[in-house]
Write a protein that binds this ligand. Structure first.
Ligand code: IMP
Length: 407
């Protein structure tokens, strides 16, 4: 029967299983509809058996790196009952030889012209006229290989993501039952979103996360301490921003063993000897109340402003009053592969005589960046990010991470 011979023409193969049969000449297994079934605990053993047989048959070619990939490799995941295996191979040159060696095991080679995917060489295993497995030959450094393994491991390690993915597949297969491309696009979006590299940002401050995620963009996902399941308050006992940032990143690195970063920011006013500086959050006391911190800052500045001219009494005058010069300084401490890297961002500006604006956080209502007349609290996040100290430090962090993750 045809199902036991190699595939020689396009009428011999229907690689996608949801296309309706329109020819009597296709083998049964190529046109059968394949339905998603509940997870079958016998799948891993089946995959192991296929692997063992493959390694034996291909021993002359020195192939040993075979991975069970795809949905059947994730315990608990509903899937099409077809085992997917991936093999790394130094080159596709011996593919005809491989096809010959695998023929007796009922692995059918799907020629590139039919498969249409140059990044792989593809085989289908047929048992009792049914497709039982796929074999993907991939080259070293194949992005497909890395992605497949990352996504598989992500689902294995994240029960809630597994649940979400199951739900998504079920919804999509109903929504797009006639539109395979839409189905695949929606699935791909979930997959690429899931396997984005992540890094822990040692904070629970939603403003900071939002600002830094905006700088980093979609390539890298930031997770907060809370999202990482870490519920501790890391002390900031030191007298420099650098030392406090290090304290936070090192603490999280010790707890998680993963790459992470922290930041510490201070508002530095030279006419106050650099105050509030490293004490910015607790300037007016341990309760970290923004209003009280701002009040203390404004009172101190009023006391040293030249009394005669009262230059700080109007917002515009305050912008040229050198006693009201200030800067935000952000220090990021990144622990990357066990090594610490610092990034600094500075935003120069002035302190207003009174809080203005509703947005932002912390000292934003009294801080006007150089070149502006509005306070940070009067700006959208995008506008603030044109000047922001945190953004400048984050941009350097991103440049560094890109140089590290670009292949
Ligand atoms: P920390 O980095 O969380 O220790 O923040 C130090 C203090 O500076 C806190 O009171 C923050 O509210 C304040 N702060 C940090 N970043 C900003 C900012 O971008 N705008 C205004 N205040 C900030």
């Amino acid at each position: 029967s045809k199902s036991n011979s190699d595939i020689k023409s396009s009428s011999d193969i229907k690689p996608e299983n949801d296309i309706k049969p329109d020819s009597d000449t296709w083998p049964v297994w190529a046109t059968e509809p394949v339905l998603i079934v509940p997870y079958d605990p016998s799948w891993p053993a089946k995959a192991a058996q296929y692997k063992e047989d493959l390694i034996k048959s291909l021993s002359s070619l020195g192939i040993h790196n075979i991975e069970h990939i795809g949905s059947t490799a994730v315990p608990g995941l509903a899937a099409k009952p077809i085992i997917d295996l991936a093999v790394l191979i130094p080159s596709f040159d011996p593919i005809d030889e491989i096809a010959r060696l695998l023929q007796p095991l009922d692995w059918h080679y799907v020629p590139l012209e039919l498969d249409g995917r140059p990044e792989r060489r593809f085989f289908v295993k047929v048992e009792n006229d049914k497709r039982s497995a796929h074999l993907h030959f991939l080259l070293p450094n194949s992005p497909v290989w890395k992605e497949k393994l990352r996504f598989r491991d992500y689902l294995i390690n994240n029960p809630s993501a597994r649940e979400q993915y199951t739900q998504l597949k079920m919804n999509l297969s109903q929504q797009h039952s006639q539109d395979r491309e839409a189905y695949t696009a929606a699935k791909t979006e979930f997959i690429t979103g899931s396997i984005r590299p992540r890094i822990i940002f040692a904070t629970n401050n939603a403003h900071k996360v939002e600002e830094i995620q905006a700088a980093i963009g979609a390539r890298l996902e930031i997770i907060t301490l809370r999202q990482a399941g870490i519920d501790i308050d890391i002390p900031e006992p030191h007298d420099t921003l650098e030392a406090n940032a290090t304290e936070k990143s090192m603490t999280i690195h010790r707890l998680t063993g993963t790459n992470c970063f922290s930041e510490d920011t201070g508002l530095e006013v030279p006419s106050l000897g650099g105050e509030p500086g490293v004490k910015s959050a607790r300037y007016a006391g341990e309760d970290r109340a923004f209003e009280k911190n701002i009040e203390k800052l404004l009172n101190k500045l009023a006391a040293i402003s030249p009394a005669s001219a009262q230059p700080a009494s109007t917002p515009s005058a305050s912008l040229t009053d050198s006693t009201r010069s200030a800067r935000f300084r952000t220090v990021i401490s990144l622990i990357w592969n066990g090594q610490e890297h610092f990034f600094e961002g500075i935003c120069n500006g002035h302190i207003l005589p009174a809080p203005t604006g509703e947005g932002g956080f912390g000292y934003d209502p009294v801080f006007v960046p150089e070149g502006e007349t509005r306070s940070f609290a009067q700006m959208s996040m995008e506008e603030k990010n044109l000047y922001s100290h945190r953004r400048k430090a984050a941009d350097q962090l991103v440049t560094f991470l890109q140089s590290q993750t670009s292949n």
